[in-house]
Design a protein around this ligand. Structure first.
Ligand code: ADP
Length: 456
């Protein structure tokens, strides 16, 4: 009872697994069907080959007997005289297993030639077929053939009446063509074919195992996607929830700074300054996280219009000029001689430009920032070039990764989220554009964005 119980337990577990992962059925069906198809294919091919070969050999046997008949008619007076020739013929043709000539004598036949002497012996079943064939052949005056199996070697036995010179029936020619060589060849072919079937089955099994592994990966992938979705939802919800308290902290601390400006000691002013800048940083992080989650979930709507980017560039420069002035940096714009036309969402283009120009201001300590717009073949190119800290070739490779910030002495006191360039790149791509960077450490950087140019 115990083994039966565990058997049912395994069957139940197996069925449960299939129910949970119905895709596995596909593998199971393949495991059963493919070997079956291969096996039947080999069997069918071998059987048809054998049948065709047998038929061809039977035809051959009839023809050979026809030849014997006409050859022996010359010896009809003294058949025994052809004995030596027949012996020679049989010896030289290994396929010719036996040849016998009987002459009609009264009600029966008398054997005149039989070569090899014992070659005519046949099984009990073969003997019955032989007698029937003899009768039919003699009575109908035609060639009759039948297959017999002798000690594992098959034979085509053919009987045909023997005629005298003037066409009278005088006896019977019996001939046996051996199928031994053909059968050996077929046997070899079958064996080789089965080796290929087994190889094929192994290959299919390997494929199925691989498929099952891929199937496991796809299940894992779906789970990961689900986890990723939950994580995105969680991050987005948390960021939303944080936004209000952070705005309140920001608002009240600025109010405090204004109201108590004259009453605070320098230390208190410094502490309040830290609260304000930290809440600004936190607010920036929350805004960026929400933006990333909106982009990843495809929740950003683009109001695409045919616009001239110069206007948006000028507006952005105007809004960031005070920041540049604060650091003593010159911020200029060199426009293209003729107006450029692109398809873009002006607000999103402003967001892209703000990120790049604000970064240029943030990472430049002295010198200038130049923005330029131009046309290259069918592309509109906008470049933001600074004389800032620049970056190494190594760091440039990871620049557009999420949360990537270059950490060195020059950047340690500069706050940021490491999300700005990721957002910028994603927005550019959504607008059918591209972003690239060229930079030399200690000399400066040049960020270039390109968009398809429209004909004016
Ligand atoms: P962050 O909020 O840190 O500025 P970004 O994604 O905008 O995040 O930029 C990623 C990093 O790339 C920055 O931390 C900075 O090290 C580097 N970077 C960006 N722009 C410039 C620039 N114009 N010059 C030098 N370094 C820059």
């Amino acid at each position: 009872m115990q083994p039966l119980n565990s058997f049912f337990k395994y069957v139940k577990a197996g069925l449960g697994f299939i129910k949970k992962h119905p895709d596995i059925l596909y593998s199971l069906v393949l495991i059963i069907l493919v070997p079956l198809v291969l096996y039947f294919n080999v069997n069918f091919a071998v059987n048809s080959f054998q049948k065709n070969f047998d038929t061809a050999l039977k035809q051959k046997a009839f023809i050979v007997e026809e030849i014997f008949d006409s050859f022996l008619s010359d010896y009809s007076d003294n058949i025994a005289a052809a004995g030596a020739k027949i012996e020679k013929l049989v010896k030289e043709n290994p396929e010719l297993a036996y040849l016998e000539i009987k002459l009609k004598q009264g009600d029966g036949f008398s054997r005149v030639i039989a070569y090899p002497a014992e070659g005519g012996k046949t099984s009990e079943e073969g003997q019955k077929s032989l007698e029937t064939a003899e009768l039919l052949s003699w009575q109908n005056n035609e060639a009759v053939g039948f297959l017999s199996a002798e000690k594992n070697a098959r034979r085509w036995n053919v009987l045909k009446p023997l005629h005298s010179k003037n066409g009278d029936k005088i006896g019977l020619i019996r001939m046996a063509l051996s199928l031994e060589a053909v059968d050996a060849l077929l046997d070899r072919t079958i064996k080789i074919s089965y080796v290929f079937v087994v190889l094929g089955v192994f290959l299919v099994l390997a494929l199925i195992i691989n498929h099952t592994r891929l199937f496991e990966y796809s299940v894992l992938f779906r789970k990961l996607q689900e986890v990723d979705r939950i994580k995105d939802e969680f991050v987005s919800m948390t960021a939303h929830e944080l936004r209000t308290p952070v705005s309140i902290i920001k608002g009240y601390s600025r109010q405090l700074e204004e109201k108590l400006a004259d009453k605070m000691t320098p230390d208190q002013k410094k502490d309040l300054g830290i609260i304000i800048s930290s809440s600004d940083n936190l607010n920036e992080l929350i805004t960026d996280i929400l933006e990333v989650s909106r982009i990843e979930q495809g929740r950003i709507a683009f109001d695409l219009q045919k616009i001239s980017p110069e206007k948006t560039i000028e507006e952005t420069i105007d809004s960031l000029k005070p920041k540049a002035d604060e650091k003593g940096l010159s911020l200029s714009f060199a426009s293209h001689p003729s107006p450029l036309l692109i398809t873009a969402d002006p607000d999103r283009l402003r967001q892209i430009l703000t990120n790049l120009i604000a970064n240029a201001i943030k990472y430049t300590f002295k010198g200038k920032i130049g923005v330029s717009a131009g046309a290259d073949k069918n592309k509109c190119r906008i470049s933001i070039q600074d004389t800032g800290i620049g970056m190494s070739a190594e760091t440039q490779k990871r620049l557009f990764e999420k949360f990537y910030r270059i950490k060195n002495k020059e950047t340690e006191n500069i706050s940021g989220t490491g999300l700005g360039l990721w957002i910028t790149k994603a927005l550019c791509e959504k607008l059918d554009g591209q972003i690239s960077v060229e930079s030399i450490e200690g000399v400066g950087s040049k960020f270039t964005i390109t968009f398809p140019l429209l004909k004016p």
